[in-house]
Write a protein that binds this ligand. Structure first.
Ligand code: F3S
Length: 366
């Protein structure tokens, strides 16, 4: 399970250096074998020419099952997204490099819907929303890796043993009584408690989708990599209840008139696609409604996708409203995601309106 000496692994020198440096910074005395890696930093819009050159310089192949975060475009429908051929070519080049390294072309921030890790497994995952989901909802163990360190670990098959890989560092540090929209609860918790491990106590039964949205927003505004939830998450009983208490209400008002409604941050599950279809209830959309999911869920839910498209929604794969520059041409984007609420104004310079999934769909048909 552990490796003390990574020098003998015979891997790309740059990857070795990254892992050695991380171990030194975090005082990790050894490395732990990982069952999977998840790599971010895929969109050409994010990593640019320099990132592409760096990726091209990496030698070898990944040693463990490695998944890939969304790119800057739907690989088939990029034209419909309004993207230019130059962008497509560069993005395609990046994807080819990852493919040659042996990375699975999952192109999703929800790798746990493709192949879920098991409780207690050690991972090296980038993509902060997936990190929080894996640690909190599954009980797998990963630190918040960068795209670069996750790739280095994928090539080496190990990651430095520190932080959330160790049980003693996974204890909750603050008790949070939460009510209202969980996406906003996470958004506020990330701001108010940026370096804590919250133990949430909810005032009602919460769904997996709500916890996924919470995982994304808490990691977007804060430096948080895991939480516990009373009677919900697998490790919450393993530790003492923290003394410090905070109340957070998931309420948020920010209104602009949306010209795009974007759902799927993190990528939609099959259940969410079905719920959107149900909410549309046969009514045609009158505004642009973009839904983002993985190619895996797109295939699994093909019928639902077709129904959604018939009603005028666009279901895109491989990308999202934040990592793709395609959303920049809109003025106001309405979302149900606290993560998108945080990132869209910063990355895409658009105004953002927030609403529940129900409100987002209603806005699309009004
Ligand atoms: Fe996923 Fe994009 Fe949101 S990568 S978590 S949909 S910002």
């Amino acid at each position: 399970m552990f490796v003390n000496d990574i020098e003998s692994l015979e891997i790309d020198e740059k990857c070795l250096k990254i892992l050695r440096a991380l171990a030194k910074i975090y005082k990790a005395e050894k490395f732990v074998k990982i069952s999977s890696a998840h790599v971010s930093g895929v969109s050409y819009d994010n990593i640019g020419e320099e990132g592409l050159e760096w990726l091209k310089s990496i030698k070898g192949k990944v040693r463990v099952y490695t998944t890939l975060n969304p790119a800057g475009m739907d690989c088939e429908r990029w034209r419909e997204m309004g993207l230019k051929e130059d962008f497509y070519r560069k993005q395609f080049e990046i994807l080819k490099v990852f493919e040659n390294l042996g990375v699975e072309m999952t192109l999703t921030c929800t790798p746990y819907y493709v192949n879920a890790p098991k409780f207690g497994e050690h991972l090296a995952w980038a993509e902060s929303s997936a990190v929080v989901y894996a640690n909190s909802l599954i009980g797998a163990r990963t630190n918040r890796e960068s795209g670069i360190s996750a790739l280095a670990s994928a090539i080496a098959g190990v990651t430095p043993y520190y932080g959330l890989h160790m049980k003693e560092n996974r204890a909750p540090t603050v008790l949070v009584k939460a009510k209202g929209d969980l996406s906003i609860v996470g958004y506020k918790a990330g701001i108010e408690l940026p370096s804590e491990i919250p133990l949430f106590v909810f005032d009602r039964k919460v769904s997996e989708t709500e916890l996924k949205l919470l995982s994304a927003s808490i990691a977007a505004t804060g430096n948080i990599a895991m939480f516990h939830a009373e009677n919900v998450t697998p490790e919450w009983k393993d530790f003492e209840i923290p003394r410090e208490k905070v109340d957070i209400e998931g309420k948020f008002e920010k209104i602009c008139e949306p010209d795009l409604i974007a759902i799927g941050c993190p990528h939609c599950s099959r259940e969410e696609l079905e719920k959107i279809l149900k909410l549309l209830d046969g009514r045609k959309v009158k505004k642009e409604l973009w839904i983002f999911t993985s190619r895996k869920i797109f295939e699994d839910a093909k019928k639902t996708v077709e129904e959604l498209e018939k009603l005028g929604a666009k279901v895109f794969r491989d990308t999202c409203m934040v990592v793709s520059p395609a959303t920049e041409r809109f003025k106001c984007v309405m979302v149900n995601s606290g993560k998108a609420l945080e990132y869209l104004p910063k990355k895409r310079k658009v105004e953002v309106a927030f609403g529940s999934l129900e409100n987002c769909v209603r806005s699309a048909i009004e």
